[in-house]
Design a protein around this ligand. Sequence first.
Ligand SMILES: [Zn+2]
Ligand SMILES: [Zn+2]
Length: 143
Amino acid sequence: MGTKQPFQGGYPKIRKNSRRVRGTPNVSQQRKIIKLHLQDIGDICPICGLLLSNGFHLHEAIITRGMIRGVKHLLPEIMVLENCVGVHGGCHVDAHTTEGRKKCAEHLVKREELHNVEIWLDKMESMMKSKTLITECRSLLCS
Ligand SMILES: [Zn+2]
Ligand SMILES: [Zn+2]
């Protein structure tokens, strides 16, 4: 109900960090869990290719908050490993450019495997009204 949807993305990989949160995580806790996981695996920033450092930002690589604006129940659905990458504060602006979006999507596919990202996108498609948006997102994965 509401924004407190069960957090399904990225299981079982992030289970360990999910245990650090009591009950069903809210959106900001989901983001924290993902950040802890990215730290644990020693992930890199897709923009500059360097290791993520303290205070890095979590960036929605395929479907952003802006794209689902106004649709509250979708917010927890995009805060999943299949949609999020870590970027340095100074690299974040570039992550939103056309080239940056491609780099982030490529990194995501490498990290989570294409098939998992596609399963997530299928789920998003079933929940979203705009099929145009989903088509655009799929093209990001193929290029
Ligand atoms: Zn960077
Ligand atoms: Zn961003």
